[in-house]
Design a protein around this ligand. Structure first.
Ligand code: AMP
Ligand code: MG
Length: 520
């Protein structure tokens, strides 16, 4: 049985520039009695699956590891006191040099479609799951990325470099602070061990956290091998552990597909609304929990170009900004195809997939209304949004600054539009501003109230490439202070933070040459 795939990924979305488709808990603490890492109450629900799903193995140590950065917010989600993360035994553990007594380290197997082409078996080629800790909102798995080779490393060295580990760390935490579903990053450790990429770089390990790292590709793996029993075991595990509310549905596998499709559509709507581009939306990088997963050559939009491709390796632009919503849909098709033997019929699978478009459209409209300070919904809002994105595209307006400044617009004072108007050709802006003002008159919010609401959803600070690059270059000289400072700024993306104004500046000239690729 095959579902008619959505082959429209390379087609531009019509008439649109943004890709529309038609503590009650007490943390483990270092205070009082110091906690030894071997006392961590690690469990590992994934290890309860049959051995075919993973390989049990030890991480490979790195020489003389050191602490680079940690996220206190992520630590709280794992029920950990962040102070612990700088302790020697924790640094050793989160580099893979020590395995805590109760850990059951493993690498999981999965397959996937890469750039639209079936890639066969992949798997955790450099990530090792230590186990999970009980946090205040439920269990959080801890995964060391860059902790050595596994049977799934193929030609890779099992390592991650400091540059990409810092990027993943900062972006995971920045996305969470923006309210976007994402895996988290607990800690980064480094080692002077040289790692060969385009040049020799230093090694690092980023410890990621999520309730689960199961991917669309984890399901594709078993269906492609015609292993219905393993497919069922995995689906039952995911439903029982992460979607227990679906277990009683008439067709729980269809219900799973529907919910994952809905979450994926929502996640991508969030990306579009902040100008985030993932860069490698392969099905092995799509989380079964609808979380942004596997930060590699991602980017936040600077000057708006709806066709922008953030990944230097993606020459066709499959994963351009405007294509993301359709690619998300395509990926859900791939998941549906994999789940089909469990779901039972193409009709039921298609019914589940049909939630994608309305879920995406509903969420992006909701997010854009909020970004424009509109408390009510009007029939022709979508046309206003389209005109705005066309205006931004034609004038290369800076994505983040435009929305932030839009909040300063005063309904009855067009003569004071200069800060906004200066981002555009005057006539272009004036024409759109007339429409926007007419739309605002249908609301009954005063300027100050609207600005307050808009500032809560239009971030002032996002992880622009040049900011990450500046922090990385210092870190490569062993000064990790800028990583910590940038994290602190990005943890409050909507706050004014006047003393941190330099972090919301336009990219400097040197940054226009920055290229990010799959090399990490
Ligand atoms: P990615 O495109 O980064 O999501 O990775 C695709 C696949 O390549 C996954 O199976 C990764 O585990 C694997 N991989 C990427 N980089 C390395 C590396 N340096 N060593 C081993 N495996 C890797
Ligand atoms: Mg990946």
């Amino acid at each position: 049985m095959f579902i008619d795939g959505d082959d429209s990924v390379h087609h531009r979305p019509k008439n649109s520039r943004y890709g529309r488709i038609p503590l009650l808990f007490s943390p483990l603490t270092a205070t009082g009695s110091a906690i030894n890492v071997d006392d961590l109450p690690l469990d590992n629900s994934f290890a309860g699956l049959p051995p075919a799903f993973y390989t049990r193995l030890m991480p490979t140590p790195l020489p003389a590891p050191y602490f680079v950065a940690a996220s206190a917010r992520a630590a709280a989600l794992a029920g950990l006191d962040p102070a612990l993360l700088e302790q020697d035994d924790f640094v050793a553990t989160f580099t893979g040099n020590h395995v805590p007594a109760r850990a059951k380290p493993l690498a999981a197997v999965y397959s996937g479609h890469q750039f639209g082409v079936w890639a066969g078996q992949l798997g955790d080629g450099r990530a090792i799951l230590l186990g999970q800790l009980a946090g205040p909102h439920g269990p959080m798995e801890l995964q060391l990325k860059g902790a050595g080779k596994t049977p799934y490393s193929r030609m890779g060295d099992g390592r991650a470099v400091l540059r990409s580990s810092i990027r993943e760390f900062l972006c995971s935490e920045a996305m969470a602070a923006l309210g976007i579903p994402t895996t988290r990053a607990l800690v980064v450790t480094g080692s002077d061990q040289g790692i060969l990429r385009e040049t020799v770089e230093s090694a690092a390990v980023v410890t990621r956290m999520a309730p689960s790292f199961v991917r669309f590709g984890s399901f594709e793996h078993w269906s492609s091998r015609d292993k219905p029993e393993e497919l069922r075991i995995l689906a039952d595990y995911v439903i029982a552990t992460f979607y227990p509310e679906l277990a009683g549905a008439p067709n729980p596998y269809q219900a799973l597909l529907k919910e994952v499709t809905r979450r994926t559509a929502h996640m991508i709507a969030h990306w579009q609304a902040v100008g985030f581009m993932h860069g490698v939306m392969n099905t092995d990088n799509m989380s079964i929990l609808g979380l942004t997963l596997d930060y590699g050559p991602f980017g936040f939009m600077d000057a708006f170009d709806s066709e922008h491709i953030c990944n230097h390796t993606d020459q066709q632009g499959r994963y351009s900004y405007a294509n993301q919503p359709q690619v998300g849909h395509w990926n859900c098709y791939a998941l549906a195809q994999a789940l089909l033997p469990l779901i039972g019929s193409v009709e039921e699978a298609e019914e589940a997939l049909a939630v994608y478009q309305p879920a995406f459209a509903g969420k992006i409209d909701e997010l854009l209304r909020a970004k424009l300070g509109l408390a009510t919904a009007q029939d022709d809002d979508a046309q206003l949004f389209d005109a705005m994105f066309s205006l931004m595209h034609a004038n290369h307006a800076d994505f983040t600054l435009f929305f932030r400044k839009l909040g300063t617009l005063r309904l009855d004072a067009p003569d004071q539009d200069a800060p906004l108007r200066d981002m555009f050709r005057r006539d272009d802006f004036d024409a759109w501003a007339v429409r926007y003002r007419a739309r605002l008159r249908l609301e009954n919010r005063v300027d100050s109230e609207r600005k307050l609401a808009m500032d809560k959803v239009n971030p002032k600070y996002v992880l622009r490439n040049y900011l990450a690059q500046a922090a990385i270059e210092k870190a490569q000289d062993k000064d990790f202070s800028e990583v910590a400072r940038l994290l602190a700024v990005l943890e409050h993306p909507f706050d004014e933070q006047p003393h941190n104004d330099r972090y919301c500046a336009l990219p400097p000239d040197w940054a226009s040459h920055l290229a990010v690729s799959c090399s990490s």
